[in-house]
Design a protein around this ligand. Sequence first.
Ligand code: PHE
Length: 336
Amino acid sequence: MLERINQIINEIESFEITDSKSLEDFRLEFLSRNGKIQSMFGEMANVPKDEKASVGKAMNRAKIAAQEKFDKEKQHQERSSSKEFGALDDITIPVEPTYSGSFHPLTLALDEIKQIFLRLGFNITDGPELEDDFHNFTALNFPPDHPARDMQDTFFVKKTDNPDEDDLVLRTHTSPVQIRLMKEQKPPIRSIMPGRVFRNEAVTAKSYFQFNQVEGLYVDKRVTMGELIETLVMFARLMYGSNVKYRVRPSFFPFTEPSIEMDVWWGDEKNGQWLEILGAGMVDPNVFQAVDVDPETYTGFAFGMGVDRIAMLRYEIDDIRLLYENDIRFLNQFKS
Ligand code: PHE
C-alpha cells in the first residue's frame, strides 16, 4: 500500500500543469470525488490494523501535496490573467522605458534672452494676449487710420461702433505691456516683457500668424539714446559672441522718436548677410502723456525683438512652422 501511495505522490509531483485545461485534468485525476486520493482513502478499510497509522500519514501527505500543487497553480494562473497582479509577479522584469521631455527651442532662446537682461538689471513683466485698441494702438501713438489697424493685418476679436466700448484685438506686438506697466508703476522702470503676438499673415516658411517677442522698457530721469545703444550692443555681444558685427540704422515706429533698428552680420566675411534683430527707440512724448508720465521729467527707451528669429538662427531651423507644430521628432532634437 505504501508503495502505491508513493507512486501517487510521484505522479502528483511530475504532473505538468501548463494551462487551465491541464489544471482541470489534474483536479479530476487526483482531487475529485472519483479521483485517486479519494479512492486511496476508500482502501483504508483493507489496511491491516498495525499499518493504519503509517499508511494514514502517507495518504495525508499525498492529499496535501495534491491540494497544495492545485492551489499554487490556480493562483498563478489567476495572477497572470489579471494585469494588476501580473505586473507584480516578477519585480525584476525591466520596465518599458519612458522618455523624458525636453525644452522647446523657443523656451531655450527665451531663457538666454532673459538671463542676459536679468544681468543688465531688468525685471520681467507679463501682459494679456487679448488686448483692447487703446493699449495695442492708441496709447502707442498709432494714428486712427494706421494700416496696422486694418483687418488684413490684425486679428480683431471684437469691432464696435459704440463709443463707450473699445475694439478687442489679439495683440500685434508686446508694446501694449509697456503701457500697462507705466500705468501701474511710476518710474524708474527697467523691465522686459516676453510674450506671444499675433498677425494676420499668410503662413509661409518665413512668416506665421503667431510669434514671440521680447519688449524692453527703461524709463527714468535723463535716460539717453547713448544708453539705449550701449544696452543693445551689450545684448548682441552676450547673445551672439563678443566679436559680433552689428550696425544701427534709423527707422520709424509711432511710439518711439527717434527710432532705430539693429542688424547683426550673419555668416562668414564673404558669404553672409545683415539680419535685422530688433527695433528700438526713445519713448515718444505722446506715449508718456497717454499714461500720465511727465515727459519733461522723464525720458526712456524701448526695444522689441523677435524670439523666433533668434531661435531659428541659434538652432539652424529653416521653417518657422516647425516651432508651432509640436512634432515630437522635431522636439526630441533639443534634449540637453
Ligand atoms: N513693437 C515693435 C514691433 O512689433 C518693436 C518695437 C518695440 C520697436 C519697442 C520699438 C520699440 O515691430
